[in-house]
Design a protein around this ligand. Structure first.
Ligand SMILES: O=C(O)CCC(=O)C(=O)O
Ligand SMILES: [Fe+2]
Length: 332
């Protein structure tokens, strides 16, 4: 049962991000973020710098895309894409140990690069043709939000780095060409899901910082804390931030990567968007110069993402393993 008493910390980023932030106001935010991620692995933020209009435009864009005919969505399937961009249908991913596939459908974009680079992390994005969805209704708002969320992810990384006592500039050591994937998600209404089916089953995120936008009023996210599920209300202009397993490992366990899940109990669809801000593919733990003991010592970001994908996900029966393994390392 979700706990009614526990709430995630809500942190005001203005004293850190605003032009008149002082060293002492910044230090306060750094300490708040450290305490929240150490305790919960998650926190919520206000005054994060992403304009509300950009958030609304993104949500509308996702809704628009998800309404195009199924065959047009499937023509953009991520299962056919070597760097896991494009459309994921309901049921395409299935976590090892889960009873049922996720109900959600999603669409992925990432940092665009002209050519596909092995092992399938960098490459061009897929966009619906303008005849299908005019650029002003999907590509433009999505790309503009991607840049905003990318910027915020960078700020959050710097907060976390400083929370460990390092200078924020350490970020530049592992973010020359970071992997930043954005997953736009639609959860069907409750009545369209199977009994016992989750929108997204319980999982931890693999990698670095996750920035999550939830459509206001469409609740459903729950975070595990000491064996209880804390509901995270979907509030207007409040973003949810969490640390993935890579951060937990790199921090030597100071930061937590908490389990979370989504159940859309409402009779309306729920739209959300998660940005997974990892790091350079060849980066190793920047806090121990790659030589330290413990989690993720010599492991690169690419090793970690590939490994976690393989261990956490399996396919629904009937799908060919090679369809998934071929460069598709980004399931979350
Ligand atoms: O949609 C949400 O609220 C959360 C999604 C999530 O946890 C994920 O995609 O990893
Ligand atoms: Fe997640």
């Amino acid at each position: 049962m979700p706990s009614a008493d526990l709430v995630l910390p809500l942190i005001d980023l203005a004293p850190y991000l605003s032009p008149d932030a002082t060293p002492s106001s910044k230090a306060t935010v750094i300490a708040q973020v450290r305490a929240a991620v150490a305790e919960f692995g998650f926190f919520q933020v206000i005054n994060h710098g992403i304009p509300l209009a950009s958030q609304h435009a993104l949500i509308e864009a996702i809704r628009t895309l998800m309404r195009i005919p199924k065959e047009d969505k499937l023509a953009m399937s991520f299962l056919k894409n070597p760097c896991r961009r494009g459309y994921e249908g309901s049921g395409d991913t299935f976590r090892t140990g889960d009873k049922m596939h996720d109900a959600k459908e999603a669409f992925y974009i990432g940092r665009p690069s002209e050519k596909i680079e092995p092992p399938g992390f960098h490459g061009p994005n897929i966009w619906p043709s303008p005849e299908l969805v005019p650029e002003a209704e999907f590509r433009d708002p999505v790309w503009s939000y991607y840049q905003e969320t990318n910027r915020l992810g960078r700020e959050i990384w710097q907060l976390l780095i400083q929370g460990l006592g390092h200078p924020g500039e350490l970020l530049s050591q592992f973010t020359k060409k970071p992997v930043v994937m954005m997953k736009m998600i639609r959860y069907p209404p409750f009545s369209s899901t199977l009994p016992g089916q989750f929108g997204v089953g319980a999982h931890t995120d693999f990698g670095g910082v996750t920035v999550l936008l939830q459509e206001a009023g469409r609740n459903g996210l729950e975070v595990e804390h000491k064996g209880e599920w804390i509901p995270v209300p979907a509030l207007e202009n409040v973003l949810v931030i969490n640390a993935g397993d890579m951060i937990a490992g790199w921090s030597g366990g100071v930061y937590q990567s908490a389990k979370h899940r989504v159940i859309n109990k409402g009779e309306e669809e729920r739209i959300s968007c998660a940005t997974f801000w990892h790091g350079d593919l060849d980066a190793t733990n920047p806090f121990i110069d790659g030589k330290g003991e413990g989690a993720a010592g010599d492991e690169t970001v690419a090793d970690l993402l590939v490994k976690r994908f393989r261990s956490q996900f399996s396919l629904m029966k009937g799908k060919k393993t090679e369809e998934v393994v071929r460069g598709e390392v980004f399931a979350h």
